[in-house]
Design a protein around this ligand. Sequence first.
Ligand code: GDP
Ligand code: K
Ligand code: MG
Length: 293
Amino acid sequence: MTHKAGFVNIIGNPNVGKSTLMNAFVGEKLSIITSKAQTTRHRILGIVNGDDYQIMFSDTPGIIKPAYEMQTSMMDFVKSAFEDADVLIYMVEIGEKELKDEAFFNKIQNSKVPVMLLINKIDTSNQEEIEEKLAYWEEKVPKANVYLISALEKFNIEPVFDKIKELLPASPAFYPKDQLTDKPERFFVNEAIREKILLNYKKEIPYAVEIETEEFFEEDTIIRIRAIIMVERETQKGIIIGHKGAALKKVGMEARKDLEIFFDKKVFLELYVKVNKNWRSNDRQLKRFGYKD
Ligand code: GDP
Ligand code: K
Ligand code: MG
């Protein structure tokens, strides 16, 4: 069984239903994450796992502005959306006005990334309009796989999902399989630990470090967290751990206190230190840690 994994970027005008679609796929409400993610430089990510696949969805709220407003910014964004995606989803809604931006469509046509065009909100429409819009978009973006959907009513979602899986490259998983999203919980755990490392060690150490929260498991009365502190060299590992583990213990205790306040719950925090020589240079690793979009 070949394992497949990759990044799917969902682009489209505001309010066409990108977040609703992602929530339908992930099966959980990610709206809280949506509002928080806009305040960080990290993009929103919903992760869908199966035995033989892992799909990372990026939703990009409000980035595509009306063409008359900011043409270049849209083109820049579209460019990056193509560069880092394994599959690009371009979403429109059924009632959407005709787009006159030919450069945008040329970009889609010439892209090496497979494109899916989803016509959303067909529950608000009628047969005549649906057929008319389908013909319009199929002609407009001949390269794309076009689907008629209702993200809200989860209509025709399965075929879209199956097609995404088909288009994904063979690849091992990027994240632990129990992980629904890289935000916000794990993101804040990582940040809390990073802050304590900054406070407790000389400055060359924090720069060599990357944190990954491997497990985040919330029970009724406690949150159990296991995080890895990744360093580049054995010597750094020794410094992080400290004499008889005292330095690492201090970091863990301080981070746990902050996290208990943040989550308003008792926290059990396990910290490990691991040497990973290439974390800085490896492209996929950087993507995984959110440094590279
Ligand atoms: P985004 O800005 O592209 O992320 O759009 P949202 O997912 O936030 O959706 C914008 C609005 O459209 C919300 O009120 C959704 O409930 C609604 N919406 C999304 N998908 C559908 C759909 O398939 N049918 C209908 N009728 N409304 C939808
Ligand atoms: K919205
Ligand atoms: Mg949205």
